[in-house]
Design a protein around this ligand. Structure first.
Ligand code: PLP
Length: 437
């Protein structure tokens, strides 16, 4: 019997890819409400120095420290690159569909890739406690685990609607050792204000971010803030996904110029960027002609309907302003099941790429997304996270266009997480009770 080679950790990249120097135009910097640039000294009030350095860096590659590489390997990197043969057959397509499966990581999504890096740098700078927000709970659980690995306390403000609807995610965070509070909470001034208006306020990501930041600003420097998407350093850490995928495709004889489509879902943009930016580098330098599709929910159409302008990252306006496609920082998205996509803005680098026509956004409604998720589960076995099912839906629509045997384009997408803790949404879909927002 021939044993399969064990997981090959030599495929894990040793550097992250920073797209900023390769963007078609200069990235507008974060600014303060008075219009001044928010420099590193402002960002360092809430983030550790090394992450601020990465946030504003114009180096194309940034070395990944050994401690982080070890934890990537411990968590199961490289993640599998799988050809979805059964789905291809079900769709009667001649396209070749590949996906990078990030759901094998311990907390069930790609979020661990940046959580472990952020916890590491905070540990190195002596931070005692990290505060963060979480919607559906994927980011909160990834950071809770990373905090446990590096001995940092984690306090999570969890959007109250999810806190009530998704007790399993809260229990996962607590199992990893974190403290979880429903947001709005009575711990912060911002939270108390929203609770006064409405004692049963369902909360939003924007409000939870405001609470986490207020907590940090009133901690006398013992706590720092951690964000799971949107910012440059977060997207940077996620590029391990695409760099691995490039090597994995090459190992089976598929060069980057053969990849016709790269697809991912977008909440703040981190899993999309993580897979696509290393491929976009080839497009920007004229070495590939790949089409990049960023998928969002119709209920939160920041890229397809939002305005490209400076806006706050949180509801209360405590963060510096970022230039991005936004629905407005006071936008309260409807309660769709893809909680990780319920954010009013997107990453500034992704906004530049959308504005320049390098990334094409598309929006789908909830029911067609779940229909795609169910087809994927029934053919490939993996139940996609409702967020990731948005990417699956787009891939299905693209693949259906290729029916002639001689056309065999390579479609690559990010299956950013599994949906095993989101089965309530699938249940509503199967019972015909799912709202089609
Ligand atoms: C958080 C999350 C998303 C959305 O966030 P991005 O930063 O846009 O990637 C997508 N998929 C899963 C599984 C998530 O947990």
């Amino acid at each position: 019997m021939v044993l399969k080679a064990p997981q090959d950790s030599s495929i894990i990249p040793t550097q992250w890819y920073n797209i900023i120097p390769d963007l078609p135009e200069n990235l507008p910097p974060p600014i303060l409400p008075n219009g001044q640039v928010a420099g590193p000294e402002i960002l360092e009030e809430i983030f550790p120095r090394e992450l601020v350095r990465q946030e504003v860096s114009s180096e194309r590659y940034i070395k990944i420290p050994d401690e982080i590489l070890q934890n990537y390997a411990q968590a199961g990197r490289p993640t599998p690159l799988i050809r979805a043969r059964n789905l291809e057959i079900a769709l009667k397509t001649s396209a070749r569909i590949f996906f990078k499966y990030e759901g094998v990581l311990p907390a069930g999504s790609h979020k661990f890739n940046t959580a472990v890096a952020q916890a590491y740098y905070n540990m190195r700078e002596g931070v005692d406690r990290l505060c963060t927000e979480t919607g559906a709970g994927q980011w909160g659980s990834a950071l809770s685990l990373a905090g446990s690995l590096f001995g940092i306390k984690i306090r999570v403000y969890m959007v109250r609607a999810s806190y009530n609807q998704k007790p399993l995610r809260r229990i996962l965070m607590e199992t990893y050792g974190a403290e979880v509070h429903p947001s709005p909470s009575s711990l912060t001034r911002v939270g108390r204000k929203y609770l006064e208006e409405n004692p049963n306020h369902p909360g939003s990501l924007g409000i939870a971010i405001s609470e986490a930041i207020e907590d940090v600003l009133s901690s006398n420097g013992t706590a720092k803030y951690s964000l799971g998407s949107v910012l440059n350093h977060v997207l940077l850490h996620q590029t391990v996904i695409g760099m691995e995928a490039l090597k994995q495709l090459e190992s089976i004889g598929i060069g980057v110029e053969e990849v016709s489509h790269v697809v991912g879902c977008v909440g703040g943009g981190s899993n999309f960027a993580g897979l696509s930016y290393p491929f976009i580098q080839y497009k920007l330098s004229g070495r590939a002609n790949t089409v990049f599709i960023a998928v969002e929910p119709k209920a939160v159409p920041s890229m397809t309907m939002g305005e490209y302008k400076y806006d706050y990252g949180d509801s209360a306006g405590l963060t510096p302003m970022l230039k991005m496609h936004t629905l407005g920082h006071d936008y309260v998205p409807p309660p769709i099941h893809a909680g990780g996509l319920r954010y009013h803005g997107v990453a500034p680098t992704l906004s530049v790429l959308v504005k320049n026509g390098i990334v094409n956004p598309i929006a789908y409604s909830q029911r067609e997304v779940f229909e795609a998720g169910v087809l994927f589960a029934r053919t490939q076995g993996i139940v996609p996270a409702p967020e990731s099912a948005h990417a699956v839906k787009a891939v299905i629509d693209i693949a259906r266009r290729y029916t002639k045997g001689y056309e065999k384009p390579v479609i690559l997408f990010n299956l950013s997480g599994h949906g095993l803790l989101d089965l309530a949404g699938y249940s509503e879909y199967l019972n015909g009770r799912l709202q089609d927002t």
